[in-house]
Design a protein around this ligand. Structure first.
Ligand SMILES: *Cc1c(COP(=O)(O)O)cnc(C)c1O
Length: 369
């Protein structure tokens, strides 16, 4: 029987085994493991890739979000109690970063077709306490950044992109990471640009912000034993930076393959019970996950599993229904709730073969509700 896993990270990294081992050996032999040339080099290549002036490596994607908001507080651009607009259907990390800074998350519903935050709903949620927008490029598709940038400029709001799922996505040749005042990336192993452990980064064109982040990630210190801020330890180590430099050099090839798989699904799946995702533009989507919708999502997931196709759900519980935010449990976000009840992610990855994708299409088309 068919046995297609959702995401084979081992196989993804096996493609680059020799290069990864060589990079790892270089770091081991250097005797320098934190804050060295591997980090500087990766930060420069990643900034170049995003089209920004600066990239600041940190320990993970959540820290990239938390520390950016924290830096804006240190710089006097945000203060406790300010409202930050965030999509109601995002992964919880985007919201945790706001709460962790004693800022107020204001959940705003997405567009049902793109699953990304709806600019009109942002406008409707603005109050005199709104200071920032935190759009998320969910599932690998850039949010409507031209419209969001317009709202932000008219109302003098900061924009922090959550680009954890969208490395390399672009609109009008402007990449994820280069739309907001800052952008947070995750290099968790399962992300499109994945380390072999935890890692993250912030990109920005703002030198003052970049400098503050470099201090905050390192105990609040620019200079050894001199502490400007009550910082944290959130550093991207040399081994992970070296792994990421290898992975970054293959990212565009991997994105191209993801787009091929997406096209096979989009052109092949014709079952009316399965609602396909909408991509606003080929370049705007890097297909971190390929998310379909089905009214009886559980039945479709079981059917696919019975036929040897592993699927996942991104995400089963909306943030406002999480125990962690029990104070929001009476709030209603009908579009998010519908999305969370109906979404199912089909396998997509740089190592999923076109033949396997075609088999999945056939299985999907034979599904009967
Ligand atoms: C993965 C992810 C994060 C957090 O990244 P970590 O590296 O796991 O901390 C934040 N936001 C979104 C949308 C993510 O998908």
């Amino acid at each position: 029987m068919l046995n297609i896993s959702f995401l084979d990270i081992k196989a993804i990294n096996a493609q680059y085994r020799d290069e990864l081992i060589e990079a790892c050996t270089r770091v081991i032999d250097s005797g320098w493991y934190i804050g060295g040339s591997e980090l500087t080099q990766f930060e420069q290549s990643f900034a170049d890739y995003c089209g920004t002036e600066f990239a600041i490596g940190v320990a993970n994607g959540l820290d990239a979000l938390i520390l950016t908001l924290r830096a804006w507080k240190e710089l006097g651009k945000l203060k406790e109690g300010d409202e930050v607009i965030v999509p109601s259907n995002t992964y919880i990390a985007s919201i945790l970063a706001i709460s962790a800074n004693n800022l107020i998350p204001i959940l705003v519903e997405p567009d049902i077709n793109t699953y990304n935050i709806c600019p009109k709903n942002i406008e409707a949620a603005l109050t005199d306490k709104t200071r920032a927008i935190l759009p998320v490029h969910l599932y690998g598709q850039l949010a409507d950044m031209p419209a969001i940038t317009d709202v932000a400029q008219r109302h003098n709001l900061l924009v922090l992109e959550d680009s954890a799922q969208a490395h390399g996505a672009s609109i009008d040749d402007r990449n994820a990471g280069n739309w907001g005042d800052a952008s947070a990336f995750s290099f968790y192993p399962g992300k499109n640009l994945g380390a072999l452990g935890d890692a993250g980064a912030v990109t920005t064109n703002d030198k003052e912000l970049a400098d503050t982040l470099r201090a905050l990630r390192n105990y609040g210190s620019h200079e050894k034993y001199k502490n400007l801020f009550q910082g944290v330890n959130s550093r991207l180590d040399e081994i992970q930076a070296a792994m990421l430099s290898v992975k970054l050099s293959h990212l565009d090839t991997e994105i191209a393959h993801r787009r091929k798989i997406a096209t096979v699904y989009l052109e092949g799946i014709s079952n009316l019970d399965i609602i396909l995702p909408t991509s606003i533009d080929e370049e705007a989507h890097v297909w971190h996950v390929f998310v379909v919708r089905c009214t009886d999502r559980g039945a479709l997931q079981k059917y696919l599993a019975d036929n040897g196709v592993q699927t996942l759900i991104h995400y089963p519980i909306p943030p406002h229904k999480q125990q962690a935010y029990v104070e929001w449990s009476e709030l209603r976000y009908p579009i998010s709730e519908k999305i969370h009840n109906e979404v199912l992610s089909l396998p997509i990855s740089p190592v999923l073969s076109i033949e396997d994708a075609e088999k999945i299409v056939k299985i999907c088309n034979e599904y009967q509700s």
